[in-house]
Design a protein around this ligand. Structure first.
Ligand code: ZN
Length: 303
């Protein structure tokens, strides 16, 4: 009698062990809040994503303009968010942060909110300074200062942390028992910028952020990712200045191929790349053998 039960237990253990290493992709998905850039006439929200885990919106990655409204349209609940990850502090990636925080007043949120973003450099403030300049008592929105210096017991607090910019350094944070995030600095001209990796339920999602890939860290950082979200702000024939800030479609495809990512999402289009989408898609699919998705606002991407 005990022998079959023991076999069953071993079998169940084996199944569990096998599936815990694989991506439980039924439980995780990516939703695009904004797939555009900073332009006013590109018809898209600026950069932003939400990651759903077990039916709950758990992470926001970038918070460009329009993303807070898109978050509501996605029926996501801000009380469920465990962290906001920022790739850098350009307007098209960080502008809606105050809108999210003010909007959270009307939700049931009472858990502290982790906001992780790059440390500062000569051109950009650190993420902690950005938060202070927005919500501090001397900031742009002093009426929201309770979020950085809570006066009442039931106020939640923003916990901001800076990711150091030392090249090739990878910093990892456990956001919850199910979600771990890692960041590594990337080259985005003179701007302090990082790429993000999110690991949850055995699945890995990597966000390039805006980068020229001059540091060449992404093929390793994105190794075997289930989805790689690559910012596609320029076409192949862009000028030198634009290439100092952004990857070309060929570079994106080469990174994805080298990293053997399982799915590539092209996002963060600007008019100059949006108008050449068919050509970009052709270029990328020639060099990358996996599936390629052209992001659109509101799109839900399965892993
Ligand atoms: Zn950008």
């Amino acid at each position: 009698m005990t022998f079959p039960n023991l076999s069953l237990a071993i079998l169940l253990f084996a199944i569990h062990t096998a599936t815990s290493a694989a991506c439980l992709n039924q439980r995780v998905s990516l939703q695009v809040l904004g797939s555009g850039g900073p332009e006013l006439d590109d018809g898209r929200n600026s950069a932003g994503y939400v990651i759903w885990v077990n039916g709950k919106a758990r992470l926001v990655v970038d918070a460009g303009s329009g993303t807070s409204a898109a978050f509501g349209n996605a029926k996501a609940d801000f009380a469920d968010i465990q962290a906001i990850l920022l790739t850098h502090l350009h307007v098209d990636h960080a502008q809606d942060l105050p809108a999210f925080i003010k909007g959270s007043f009307f939700t049931a949120r009472d858990e502290n909110l982790l906001v992780l973003g790059p440390d500062g450099n000569q051109r950009m403030p650190a993420t902690t300074q950005y938060i202070e300049r927005l919500f501090g008592s001397q900031g742009a929105f002093p009426y929201l200062s309770d979020y950085v210096t809570p006066k009442q017991q039931n106020d939640y607090h923003i916990i901001a942390k800076n990711i150091p910019l030392a090249k090739e350094q990878i910093v990892t944070h456990a956001v919850s028992k199910d979600i771990s995030v890692s960041a590594t600095p990337v080259h985005h001209g003179p701007i302090a910028a990082i790429a993000w990796k999110v690991e949850t339920m055995g699945c890995t999602l990597v966000f390039s952020g805006d980068t020229s890939n001059e540091y060449k860290v992404l093929p390793d950082f994105a190794k075997h990712a289930d989805v790689f979200i690559a910012n596609t702000a320029i076409p192949e024939n862009a000028g030198v200045a634009a290439k100092n800030l952004h990857m070309t479609p060929t570079e994106i495809a080469q990174i994805a191929q080298k990293a053997k990512v399982k799915k590539l999402v092209l996002s963060h289009f600007m008019n100059r790349s949006l108008s050449k989408q068919p050509f970009i898609y052709k270029t990328v699919t020639k060099l990358f053998s996996g599936p390629v998705v052209l992001a659109e606002d509101g799109m839900r991407v399965s892993l």
